[in-house]
Design a protein around this ligand. Sequence first.
Ligand SMILES: [Cu+2]
Length: 232
Amino acid sequence: MNVTGAPAAKTVEILDMGAADPAWRFTAETRFPRVMCDAVLLPDGTVFLAGGSSGGGALSGATPVLETELYDPATERWTVLTPIHTPRLYHVSAVLTPDGRVMIAGKDGPLNPFPYHYAEHRVEMFSPPYLFRGPRPVIADAPAEVRYGENFVVRSPDAAAVATAVLMRPDSSTHSVHMDQRLVGLEITGRDGDGLTVQAPPNANVAPEGYYMLFLLSRAGVPSVARFVRVR
Ligand SMILES: [Cu+2]
C-alpha cells in the first residue's frame, strides 16, 4: 500500500523503549479516523491530536476532521476537545510553542482535492486544557546552558507549587512526522525558597545535545512559559 492509498485509521500503537524487549502494542483508538494528522507531545506528557481527513488518503483526503483529541498515557484514553477552525489536510504542520500552546499552520493548495485545493495561510494557536486549570508557574531565572548530570538552579516565585520540571525538544513536523519530538523528565533534587535544584539529563542517549524548552508544571499540570536551555 503506498502513501497516497493509505486509508484513514483510528488505531494507535505504542512502543515502550524502556521495556526489556520492546514491542509495538495497540492502545485506545481515536474517536475519529484520520490520515495526515499531527500528534503533538505536550509538557504534561499528554498527546494532542489535530487535523487530517477522516477519509481518503494523504493526497485525496477531502473530509477534514476539525475535532481535536487528547491522549492521556496514564489512563490510555482519548478525550475529544474543541474543534479547530480551518481544515488541515495534506502538507500541514503543528508544533508545541514555548508558551505551551500548539501552533497549527499550513495546508497545500494544488495537492489537495476540491474544494480544499487552496493554500492555507492562516495560523491557529490552540490552547490545551492545562492552560485553564489554575495559575501558571513563572520561571524567573534559569541557566542558558547546562552540562549532562549537573545540578542547576531554577528561580521561581512559585517554587513551592511546582510539581515537575521537563525539557521539551523543539519540534518540527511535516507529513505527520515529528522530528525528534521528545519529553525529558527532570528530577527536582532540592527546594529553597524561590529556588529549585534540578538535575540535568544524564547523557546524550536520554537528551541529545542542543536546545530545549524548560517547563515547570504545577500540581494541577499547568505549565509555565518555557525558557530555552542548551544541554551539552
Ligand atoms: Cu509532501
